[in-house]
Design a protein around this ligand. Structure first.
Ligand SMILES: Nc1nc2c(ncn2[C@@H]2O[C@H](COP(=O)(O)OP(=O)(O)OP(=O)(O)O)[C@@H](O)[C@H]2O)c(=O)[nH]1
Ligand SMILES: [Mg+2]
Length: 349
C-alpha cells in the first residue's frame, strides 16, 4: 500500500473519481494532487472535509504532541466544539497561523491576548501559543523549538480545521513543498507522515468547517473571498440606520444614533456597498447577483439580531471576515447564508 505524498490517500489505479487515483504506476502523487500543485485545478472536490469525531478519535489513542493549527483570520471557525473533552490530558501546542493576514500595525502581544481570552471563554487549555505564518515563515523556528521541548521522543500530530494552513506550515518547517496545499478546503485526505529534522510529524485531513461561508460559496469565488494579503481595515462613519452589503454574500444592518463607526476586515477583492437601511431591501432585490456579487450557491439567508454588548464589538461571519462596531449603536443585524455561523465578540483588534 503506497500513500500519495501530497494528501496521504492510498494510491490506486482503477477509479479516476475516487481519492488516490493515478494513471501512472510508480507515481509519488495522486492525479488530484498533481493537478492542484501544477495547474491549481481541482479535479475532485472534497470540501466537506472529515467529521471532527473521526479525526479526533484517531488522534486520541496516539502517544503524541498535538500541534493544533488555527487560522487567525478565521479564528472562530477554528474552534472545535468538544475539543477540550475529546483531547483531555493531551499536550497541545497551539499555532495560530496566517499572522500575515492581520493588519500589519497590530502587535503580537495584542493578538496573543485576544487568543488567550477566547481560549478561556471556550474552556480550552494549551501548553504554549505561537503566532506564525506559513507564507513568510514567522514563528517557524519557534515551533521547531517548542516541538523539541514538548514532544520529546514522541511524534507530533498536526490537526485543525480544513484550510487552516496545516500542510503549508509543515512545508515551511521542512523547507520544501512536499505536501499539497490549496485554497480548497479538504486538500489533505488522510493521515500522512513526514520527517523534519529527524522528527516525526503527521499531517492530518482538515476537520470539517461546517458553519463557514467557504462551504456554501461557489469554489470559483474562493479566490475573491479569501484574502491574499494583510487585510486593510475599511472604516466608515455612521449616522442613523445604515446597511452594508458584502457582495451578495452577507448584509449587515447597523442601528446607529448620531455617531458610530464600523470597520470591516474582509478580503480587498470583495466589494462593500453602503446604503440607508430603509432602501436596503429594494437594493438587495434589484442588484442581488449583479452589482451585489459573489453570491452563495443557494439563495437562502438566515438573520440574527443582537444588542451591542461591548464598547467595541465584532460581528464575525465565519470564513468571510468580520466588522467591528463602536459608538452610538443600539443593535446589529446580520443576514448571512443559511448554515453560516455568525459570532458576536468583544473586539479582536
Ligand atoms: N496568507 C496566508 N495564507 C496561508 C497561510 N497558510 C496557508 N495559507 C493558505 O491557506 C490555504 C490552505 O492551506 P493548506 O495548507 O492547504 O491548509 P490545510 O489546513 O492543510 O487544509 P486541509 O488539507 O484542507 O485541511 C492555501 O491557499 C494556503 O496558501 C499563511 O500563513 N498565510
Ligand atoms: Mg492539508
Amino acid at each position: 500500500m503506497t500513500l500519495c505524498r501530497g494528501c496521504g490517500a492510498v494510491l490506486q489505479y482503477d477509479n479516476p473519481s475516487a481519492p488516490g487515483y493515478t494513471p501512472k504506476q510508480g507515481s509519488a502523487y495522486c492525479q488530484r494532487c498533481f493537478r492542484l500543485i501544477h495547474y491549481d485545478d481541482l479535479t475532485v472536490s472534497m470540501r466537506t472535509g472529515i467529521d471532527p469525531d473521526s479525526v479526533l478519535d484517531r488522534i486520541r489513542p496516539m502517544d503524541a504532541l498535538i500541534l493544533w493549527v488555527v487560522d487567525l483570520f478565521d479564528f472562530e471557525a477554528g474552534m472545535i466544539p468538544g475539543l477540550a473533552r475529546k483531547l483531555d490530558g493531551k499536550d497541545i501546542l497551539l499555532v495560530c497561523t496566517k499572522r500575515d493576514l492581520l493588519p500589519e500595525t497590530v502587535s503580537h502581544e495584542k493578538v496573543a491576548q485576544f487568543v488567550f481570552r477566547r481560549l478561556k471563554e471556550y474552556g480550552i487549555t494549551v501548553k504554549e501559543l505561537i503566532l506564525a505564518s506559513g507564507k513568510d515563515s514567522t514563528g517557524v523556528q519557534d515551533i521547531m523549538e517548542a516541538v523539541d521541548r514538548l514532544a520529546k521522543e514522541r511524534p507530533t500530530v498536526v490537526m485543525g480545521r480544513a484550510n487552516s494552513g496545516k500542510s503549508t506550515l509543515l512545508n515551511r518547517m521542512l523547507g520544501e513543498a512536499v505536501l499539497t496545499s490549496s485554497r480548497y478546503p479538504g486538500t489533505t485526505l488522510d493521515f500522512n507522515e513526514i520527517t523534519i529534522n529527524g522528527r516525526q510529524f503527521v499531517d492530518t485531513p482538515g476537520i470539517e468547517i461546517e458553519g463557514s461561508i467557504l462551504m456554501c460559496a461557489e469554489e470559483a469565488d474562493l479566490r475573491t473571498i479569501l484574502p491574499a494579503a494583510a487585510v486593510k481595515p475599511q472604516i466608515f462613519q455612521i449616522h442613523g440606520n445604515q446597511t452594508f452589503f458584502i457582495g451578495g454574500l452577507a448584509r449587515v444592518d447597523i442601528r446607529a444614533g448620531a455617531k458610530a463607526t464600523a470597520v470591516f476586515y474582509i478580503s480587498e477583492k470583495l466589494r462593500l456597498h453602503r446604503t440607508k437601511t430603509e432602501k436596503a431591501d429594494e437594493l438587495w432585490e434589484k442588484h442581488y447577483g449583479e452589482l451585489l456579487q459573489p453570491v452563495p450557491a443557494e439563495r437562502a439567508f438566515a438573520v440574527q439580531t443582537v444588542k451591542k454588548e461591548f464598547p467595541k464589538e465584532d460581528a464575525v461571519i465565519d470564513g468571510l471576515g468580520w466588522l467591528c462596531v463602536s459608538g452610538d449603536v443600539s443593535g446589529i443585524t446580520v443576514h448571512a447564508p443559511k448554515g453560516v455561523s455568525v459570532t458576536f465578540r468583544k473586539a479582536m483588534l
